[in-house]
Design a protein around this ligand. Structure first.
Ligand SMILES: Cc1cc2nc3c(=O)[nH]c(=O)nc-3n(C[C@H](O)[C@H](O)[C@H](O)COP(=O)(O)OP(=O)(O)OC[C@H]3O[C@@H](n4cnc5c(N)ncnc54)[C@H](O)[C@@H]3O)c2cc1C
Length: 398
């Protein structure tokens, strides 16, 4: 997400970026639905890709909460529920958004199937070595390589120094839409665990999203896919409902995502000519803190500040960090709050949560907003983030 958005805006501001991606091509498969909130929507609008995004939004209108305490299900109207959090919001499958953003950066030099192995900073450039491509020099290097960033490890040190495990895990399984789901998401919850099933509307398949509490990190590496699948089988193997059918899909799934819900604690993410953007620099936690919106905003602001500083990277990095930090810190606070609330720990909590969510989804949006604003976690944080419009400034094509 952050990579292609950054490349797009750098080119538009007159820079000559090069994208480096470990995958053999643009990452278009797997993952689940991601949210774009007001500031990120304004940015993709300025990129001219909003119509394409609107053509690919997800179709879930109704969320049915199922549990042993609520076998018949409690229905939540999703659009009205989300209106309490942001007055401009859309949801799209990660792979669809990724494809649209990559298409927008068409023509920019890209090195696929490769990764950086060493970075050596000089006063005027960075010497970059790759696993496969010959070494090259660049004026700047920006790590947009996600929560487990390789660039961050090379420059700042091992990941463990900067991440805090938030107490939960997330997995997403791509599978056939055997239930024929269309505009309804089913969410089956037990204390400490939940499984969501919904249709991915433009690919014809469905996604199963697993989210569960685990007091301690599980010690499974983020690249150990067989180990991760075994964790899912062990954690959910005792459940009924659709769970046995979904777990059977683990043997055939074409795309599988698994990660701990962890938060980055870095408060500054630049060193010399190297900086970080998106999850690599400030991840609030997968699935809980609006990481995708934050990545889009971060990429846009970084490119805009580099242009505004006429290439003076030290100034640009400092201004960019200062303007993003309040948004990053608020997203992290929000994410910790969400992580605590999202997964109910007991049967009573399951029952109560379902009623509270239902209430929020049926009341008029302005009441919902008022209730949400009462929370100390500034849940409407995305709407409060003001992003400078770099397109209206001198020398930048509007
Ligand atoms: C395939 C996939 C599925 C995802 N599914 C979900 C999901 O279901 N739920 C959720 O909450 N979040 C998911 N995420 C994370 C989510 O996309 C991000 O939290 C958010 O969009 C912020 O985007 P980002 O660009 O900062 O990081 P990411 O979207 O994680 O992108 C990082 C990119 O860097 C690439 N990369 C990683 N390491 C290297 C390397 N060494 N060299 C070169 N390139 C590298 C990755 O292939 C990826 O394209 C997923 C990420 C990926 C890559």
């Amino acid at each position: 997400m952050a990579g292609p958005v950054l490349a797009y805006w750098l080119r538009r501001h007159g820079f000559t970026p090069t994208l480096v991606e470990r995958a053999p091509g643009p990452r278009k498969t797997g993952g689940h639905a991601v949210d774009l909130f007001r500031p990120a929507i304004e940015i993709v609008e300025r990129m001219g890709v909003l119509p394409a995004i609107l053509g690919k939004t997800t179709a879930s209108d109704v969320l049915t909460l199922l549990s042993d305490a609520d076998p018949a299900g409690v229905e939540i109207e999703l659009k009205r529920f989300m209106a309490a959090f942001s007055d401009r919001h859309l949801e799209i499958m990660r792979e669809d958004l990724s494809e649209i953003l990559h298409d927008a950066s068409f023509g920019i030099e890209a090195i696929f199937g490769d990764s950086i192995t060493a970075l050596k900073q000089r006063e005027d450039a960075v010497e970059v070595s790759f696993e496969h491509a010959p070494a090259r020099e660049f004026e700047l290097v920006i790590g947009a390589d996600g929560l487990h960033s390789n660039v961050r490890r090379l420059v700042f040190g091992p990941e463990e120094q900067f991440t805090e495990y938030v107490g939960a895990y997330l997995a997403v399984v791509t599978m056939p839409n055997y239930l024929g789901l269309s505009d309804r998401t089913l969410l089956y919850r037990t204390p400490g665990r939940m499984i969501g099933l919904y249709a991915a509307p433009h690919s014809g398949d469905a996604r199963a999203v697993f989210l569960w509490n685990s007091e301690r990190p599980l010690g499974v590496h983020h690249r150990d896919i067989p180990g991760q699948k075994q964790v899912l089988r062990t954690t959910f193997g005792d459940l009924g409902w659709e769970v046995p059918r979904v777990l059977a899909e683990l043997d055939h799934t074409p795309a599988f995502y698994f990660d701990s819900v962890s938060q980055l604690k870095l408060q500054s993410w630049s060193r010399g000519r190297i900086s970080l953007v998106g999850d690599a620099g400030y991840c609030p936690g997968p699935a809980i803190g609006g990481s995708t919106s934050l990545a889009v905003v971060g990429a846009y602001v970084l490119a805009g500040e580099l242009a505004a500083a006429r290439g003076d990277h030290s100034r640009a990095f400092a201004v960019c960090e200062a303007s993003l930090l309040p948004y990053v810190l608020a997203s992290r606070r929000f994410a910790l709050h969400t992580a605590r609330q999202l997964i109910a720990r007991g049967r009573g909590e399951l029952w109560l949560q379902a009623r509270a969510l239902r209430l929020l989804s049926v009341m008029p949006a302005r009441w919902g907003r008022a209730i949400v604003d009462l929370g100390r976690q500034r849940t409407r944080l995305h709407d409060t983030m003001l992003v400078r419009d770099y397109t209206s400034e001198a020398g930048v094509a509007g």
